[in-house]
Design a protein around this ligand. Sequence first.
Ligand SMILES: [Zn+2]
Length: 167
Amino acid sequence: MTVVAIFAVILLWSANYYSAFKYATCHASVVFAFASPRAGRMRKIMGHYCNICGRYRPNEKFTVKGHRNHICKDCAKMPKEEQEAIEHEEEIFNYLQQSNISQKNISRLKKLADSGDSKIAELAGIVLEVAQVKPHKKRRLKILAKERRDLLKKLEETGLIVAHGGF
Ligand SMILES: [Zn+2]
């Protein structure tokens, strides 16, 4: 009799467990079903990224060419030099975020340091010097603090240090 009772309890338990399991998986699929159209909607909301103004904008704000170049219609109206200056500045800041500034990056920085835009030329010149002292990001600021205070000061003054991040 007790054996039957125990069996009945076990049966009930497993049945419960099974339904809980079924509920969980069902629930999970519901979550997924909700999540995926939401992700699609998020993409729709976010649209396409503009390299110049740094915003996600709806697709209708881009021409076919703009889509390819990641430049929205409004930014495309800007003078070419202005667009380029923004892109170049972004590029220079990105070099400091990298774990290493490669030889290829260095030759690119040399070109940017010759830019007709004095601000771009200055920023590129600073990052170029940094890359020549310490191409690898690891311990870079510590070494600059020890050996090249002047360069570290320039990084601070230009805001380039923000791109670099902490010590
Ligand atoms: Zn834009």
